[in-house]
Design a protein around this ligand. Structure first.
Ligand SMILES: Cc1cc2nc3c(=O)[nH]c(=O)nc-3n(C[C@H](O)[C@H](O)[C@H](O)COP(=O)(O)OP(=O)(O)OC[C@H]3O[C@@H](n4cnc5c(N)ncnc54)[C@H](O)[C@@H]3O)c2cc1C
Length: 408
């Protein structure tokens, strides 16, 4: 019986294990995860607006792993891979042989040097344990400072305000969501946060971050000092590559894989937040995505190729974020766009279509309440996948159905 081993029991690893069974794989599957919890969804960790810390939302009920004969090993870290003998070593000294190996080791939250996970008042948000500790502090009258006006920082800012905490967001760049989100959308989001009473400070240089007896203290260049009951460091995530690097796999802003998610060594694949891959839709440029849907899609693709199919990455990148009752959705990559066209939707929602030098639609980003932009973003995604060059006036006119552009 062939034995497939999956290292990393997050969104991607769990999906891959089930996908193997869905595709009829009858060999042994071992899914190994360093966290004590069965695989769970991370997006709710920053979004819960209700009164309590979020309960883990499991990717699948724990008994489903047993039913599908998936050997799920939690609280277990893989410490080494030997690609020659095709074995992985576990932290407890045991070893497991594999026929094919999938690395879905995800990413870890970045922190400031010298501040470790044990700090009570200076925290990051990546795991359910992080969320439990953070949410306990989101109480009326408490002051929460957040370094980083990215998605996780802003989602947590909204959650904290909804719980009655005071919020200060400190961002180094001139505006929030500078990476990957167009200015008009960032403005709409900023305006909403300000309206809800958050204090947002952009263009700040941080000199020091320190934990004192009962405060977290941030010193800004210019002399200002911000004291908070709790400080969230939301300055991005780094791919977990050390295991792969030590085994000799090529690394390039993540575990480097090709369009079939194969690493540089035979029978080892990587997928999800941990890997960088060439995206044919954008001229083969290498990207790494930290997105829920990408983790799922790549799990399915890796599994197909592990089972001998020959499938290449074709999905259009897609990301969403919820802040208050606003949902932002982005499809495609907008950074090489030279212009954009705006389409107004009902109830103040809008979509921006980002176009390249030759008029090709490269990306679409939209914001609105609830699902206001979902349908049009989905249609835009199909246009992006089709490498369409839609008429600008038609994109801007709400009366023109995007579906008709697709047909054209
Ligand atoms: C707070 C938060 C909010 C988010 N919100 C959104 C959102 O709104 N929209 C969106 O699209 N995406 C969102 N994301 C991103 C999304 O959750 C990730 O893209 C997705 O979880 C990636 O899945 P993954 O399986 O690749 O990695 P992960 O979920 O990081 O899982 C990797 C797992 O591998 C384990 N592991 C690592 N090394 C080892 C080892 N050596 N041995 C054993 N186990 C190991 C890790 O402990 C981890 O459990 C959010 C992420 C966070 C943290």
């Amino acid at each position: 019986m062939p034995h497939f081993v999956i290292v990393g029991a997050g969104e991607c690893g769990a999906r891959a294990a089930f996908a193997l069974r869905e595709k009829g794989f009858e060999g042994d599957i071992t899914l190994i995860g360093a966290e004590p919890l069965a695989p769970y969804e991370r997006p709710p960790l920053s979004k819960s607006g209700s009164g309590q810390a979020p309960e883990p939302k499991f990717v699948a009920a724990v008994q489903r792993y047993q039913e599908q004969s998936i050997d799920l090993r939690l609280d277990t870290t893989v410490t080494a891979i030997d690609p020659v003998t095709k074995t992985v070593s576990l932290a407890d000294g045991r070893m497991l042989g594999y026929d094919k190996l999938l690395l879905s080791t995800g990413a870890s939250a970045r922190n400031f040097p010298g501040i470790d996970g044990a700090s009570r008042r200076i925290r990051v948000l990546r795991t359910h344990a992080d969320a439990t500790a953070l949410h306990a502090a989101l109480l009326p009258g408490r002051h929460i400072a957040i370094i980083g006006g990215g998605f996780i920082g802003l989602e947590l800012a909204a959650t904290a305000r909804m719980r009655g905490a005071d919020v200060t967001v400190i961002e180094g760049l001139p505006r929030v969501l500078k990476r990957g989100v167009p200015e008009e959308i960032a403005e709409a989001i900023t305006e909403r946060h300000l309206r809800e009473g958050a204090d947002i400070r952009c263009g700040q240089i941080i000199e020091t971050v320190r934990e004192e007896a009962d405060k977290a203290v941030v010193h800004l260049a210019g002399g200002e000092v911000i004291s908070a009951d709790l400080l969230l460091v939301g300055i991005g995530a780094l791919p977990n590559v050390s295991l792969a690097a030590e085994a000799g796999l090529a690394i390039d802003n993540g575990i480097a894989v090709n369009e079939r998610l194969e690493t540089s060594l035979a029978d080892i694949y990587a997928a999800g937040d941990c890997c960088s891959f060439p995206l044919a839709l954008y001229g083969g440029r290498r990207v790494r995505l930290e997105s829920w849907r990408n983790a799922q899609e790549q799990a399915n693709l890796a599994v197909a190729n592990m089972l001998g199919e020959d499938r290449e990455i074709s999905a259009v990148p897609w990301f969403w974020s919820d802040q208050y009752d606003l949902t932002l959705q982005i499809s495609g990559l907008a950074d090489e766009a030279v212009t954009h066209v705006r389409r107004e939707l009902d109830d103040g929602a809008f979509i921006l279509f980002h176009l390249g030098t030759d008029g090709r639609l490269l990306a679409a980003s939209g914001i609105g309440r609830g699902n206001a932009v979902a349908r049009d973003i989905r249609l835009a995604e199909m246009l992006i996948a089709a490498r369409a060059h839609p008429d600008h006036a038609a994109l801007a006119a709400s009366s023109v159905k995007l579906k008709s552009l697709l047909a054209a």
